[in-house]
Design a protein around this ligand. Structure first.
Ligand code: SAH
Length: 260
């Protein structure tokens, strides 16, 4: 039997293909097989070898393209067949990416793997929208939270603690649960005036950023027809974006006045 191949669990970054790491790119260029997700930029596949096998494993919300067990099976089988495999996932594979389940499946078979981290979308999208997740004046902590785990899950989100214990909340997969998340945070004492930003398709050429407050986010999301993938940032740091925009506007007016 030939030696098993290595599986590289690779973070593609938040959307802009150029935000991938050098290490991840090298693995893409040499892989025999690439199993990729919906949120990993398709442009990255152009760097694959012409003879590489490309397998789509993506899941659109509400429809499961390929069950997780089948993905794990494909990773294991390809590695057992001596293939160098890249498992390409959006953002960072270990942040709401089920990368932990995949490495456990590989470890069970004693197969070699390497984890290559990526920029998670909360960090990438917030940065691209001019929102620092921490700031000396506004936030000394931030949390990455899933909005989709609400009722009856093994580790439910503690909105009661998050409402008080963390300055900036970055909520993934929160679009459909927005009214519930808002209600929970308000119920547990988060002020309705807390600033909120939605960042849709962050870091891509189609990025859209909308800001409001906790009081009106559910109405705002409906009005602007907020769509996935979108990040919800809640906290005073959102005002930094507004300050940056104001400063830019002022600089522009100043320049225009100088030109006459
Ligand atoms: N592993 C990924 C997260 C996967 S969960 C990461 O580290 O980023 C999928 C969720 O991530 C989406 O529902 C959305 O909330 C968020 N997301 C992923 N890409 C995004 C992007 N370009 N802009 C905004 N949110 C994004």
């Amino acid at each position: 039997m030939s030696a098993p191949g290595t599986v590289y669990i690779v973070g593609a970054g938040p959307g802009d293909p150029e935000l991938i790491t050098v290490k991840a790119m090298r693995r893409i260029q040499t892989a025999d097989v690439i199993l990729y997700d919906r949120l990993a930029s398709k442009e990255l596949l152009e760097y694959a070898r012409p003879d590489a096998e490309l397998v789509y494993c993506g899941k659109a919300p509400g429809s499961h393209a390929m069950p997780q067990e089948q993905i794990n099976r494909l990773l294991v089988d390809n590695a057992l067949n001596g293939k160098q495999v890249v498992r390409l996932k959006g953002g960072d594979p270990f942040v709401f990416g089920r990368g932990g389940e995949e490495v456990m499946a590989l470890a069970e078979y004693g197969l070699p793997y390497e984890m290559i981290p990526g920029i998670t979308s909360a960090i990438g999208a917030a940065a691209a929208a001019g929102i620092p997740v921490t700031h000396r004046d506004y936030a000394s902590s931030f949390a990455c939270v899933t909005g989709s785990r609400c009722h009856g899950d093994k580790s439910p989100v503690r909105w009661d603690l998050l409402a008080h214990g963390v300055d900036t909340l970055a909520i993934y997969m929160g679009v459909s649960q927005l009214p519930y998340i808002r209600e929970e945070l308000l119920k547990h004492g988060k002020p309705p005036s807390t600033p909120v930003a939605f960042i849709e398709r962050g870091t891509t050429s189609r990025q859209r950023t909308i800001t409001g407050t906790l009081a009106d986010i559910h109405k705002l999301a409906e009005a602007v027809q907020l769509r996935n993938p979108a990040l919800i940032i809640i906290g005073e740091v959102v005002t930094v974006r507004e300050q940056l925009l104001r400063a830019e506007q002022q600089a522009l007016s100043h320049a225009q006045a100088l030109i006459g």
